[in-house]
Write a protein that binds this ligand. Structure first.
Ligand SMILES: NC(=O)c1ccc[n+]([C@@H]2O[C@H](COP(=O)([O-])OP(=O)(O)OC[C@H]3O[C@@H](n4cnc5c(N)ncnc54)[C@H](OP(=O)(O)O)[C@@H]3O)[C@@H](O)[C@H]2O)c1
Length: 265
């Protein structure tokens, strides 16, 4: 299957590192013009330069803006001439906390960053996509959307909400040529994860053994028995962004290494 995204403009929120950076790179490799986003100009520029290095000839637009605010969302829209064909709502914060200790402000923060920011960007860009008769909107959900962790209820809530948001906007876009989906990512090898893993299973194990021990002891539900690489999540997002995925909409696609013990979704 040859995926060609030439002529499409993609926005990947929170793409200076981790899964977002892998998605931006994957979309650029398939020929899309890609907006890389984060809060600081320096990090956004460095991430854009890394993609240009990895994908010679890539068309990358660095957009530094806090997309969790109305002003930030507007800034992104202006920087892209108000046109986005592929919107990947990747930005998300996570952390564990005693459920009885999570304050109202923290609940609101999780809703605003993980859910409302994505809704706002969808509102900004979906009408243009439907007018043009082609578009792709995606939300990065998580296994925690389906299996609520007791120590991350606030995070789980925000990811479950994204599944509803995604399904609802898919109905809104019905019959227009625009597809809307969620990607349910499982435990992924990003940022501080190596440190976290070594902390739990011991510092002296080589990485490969350490992650296998971590999965065996702390994530036994995983059928993959290793962490997922960001590129493996990105592959699904790139596919969903393609013409080839035209009949997949209103869905929640799992790239969770079989972590969620369910035949569906
Ligand atoms: N990692 C996992 O195991 C895992 C599993 C399932 C689902 N997910 C989901 O996948 C998505 C990406 O996760 P990740 O682990 O790759 O994230 P991450 O490494 O924590 O990266 C977060 C990104 O968001 C940017 N960012 C943070 N606040 C921002 C704001 N207000 N405006 C714009 N950009 C902002 C950061 O850039 P700056 O710091 O440069 O601003 C960074 O590029 C999240 O939605 C997460 O819930 C992750």
């Amino acid at each position: 299957m040859h995926i060609d995204l030439k002529g499409r403009t993609a926005l990947v929120t929170g793409s200076t590192q981790g899964i977002g950076a892998a998605i931006a790179t994957g979309l650029a490799r398939s020929g899309a013009r890609v907006a890389v986003n984060g809060r600081s100009t320096g990090r956004v520029r460095r991430s854009a330069a890394a993609i240009e290095h990895e994908v010679p000839g890539a068309d990358v637009v660095p957009v530094a803006a806090d997309v969790t605010t109305e002003a930030g969302a507007e800034q992104v829209a202006e920087a892209l001439g108000r046109r986005v064909d592929i919107l990947v709502n990747n930005l998300g914060v996570f952390g564990s906390a005693d459920p009885l200790e999570i304050t109202d402000d923290e609940w609101r923060r999780y809703f605003e960053v993980n859910v409302l920011a994505a809704v706002r960007l969808t509102r900004l860009f979906l009408p243009g996509m439907t007018e043009r008769g082609w578009g792709r909107v995606q939300y990065l959900a998580s296994d925690s959307a389906i299996v609520t962790p007791a120590e991350m209820i606030h995070y789980g809530m925000s990811k479950t909400a994204l599944l509803a948001v995604s399904r609802g906007f898919a109905k809104q876009a019905a019959g227009t040529g625009v597809t809307v989906n969620s990607v349910v990512a499982g435990p992924t090898h990003t940022g501080g994860v190596e440190d976290f893993v070594h902390e739990l299973v011991g510092r002296d194990l080589p990485w490969d053994e350490a992650q296998r021990a971590f999965m065996r002891e702390h994530r036994p539900q995983s059928l993959l028995r290793r962490l997922i690489e960001p590129e493996e999540i990105a592959n699904m997002v790139v596919y969903l962004s393609s013409d080839q995925a035209s009949a997949t909409t209103g869905g929640a696609l799992r790239v969770d290494g079989g972590y969620v013990d369910s035949i569906l979704p």
